[in-house]
Design a binder for this molecule. Sequence first.
Ligand code: NI
Ligand code: MN
Length: 225
Amino acid sequence: MKATYYGQSCLELEINGIKILFDPFITPNELAKNVDVNSLKPDFILLSHGHGDHVADLLTVQKNSGAKVICIAEIAGWLGTQNVTNVHAMNIGGAFNFEFGRVKMVNAVHSSTMPDGSSGGNPAGFVIYAEGKKIYFAGDTALTYDMKLLEDENLDWAILPIGDNYTMGVDDAIKSTSFFNCKNVIGVHYDSFPVIKIDKNEAMEKFIKAGLVLKLPAIGETITL
Ligand code: NI
Ligand code: MN
């Protein structure tokens, strides 16, 4: 399994040749100016919630690729009003087997409104079960005891927000890993705006001190999970 980072919470997993893109936000992100949004051709798009820094390029990428969008029911309804028909609606606590693996939608503590003010329903995270691995994409979330529900999952990787202000910061992200027993973290949702700028060296040191692995891939970098 491979993961390519595109900035903020936008990341693409490649699972057995199938591409799954999370939370497309590229063109408004100055840090991702070298990424050509039109080069992205995912097979699936997973959305954690409706905020602009997660859906800004959703319609462009979906139109270019024809990707199936997996999201909560309210965002699925909104996509219908945007003439996007290749949509799979889910809700919190439900799981479904797709051709690349199983996806479970889990709770996130945050808010969710579409850029035009429509309801985005509740914010969500996902657990992906594929290639014998378990990956947790937390979405935008606070530290929450609901994460304890994942403690028996033996997660291989957790993709966690670490930028603070809108989501967990580094310290809460570290604490969250003890709730779900996962040593390997990819940090996202930092540096894109002034209020979520972090000291990456300090973050690395804190994770190492906690006995954890923190990966902060460069934008455009691909890592193997
Ligand atoms: Ni958000
Ligand atoms: Mn966000």
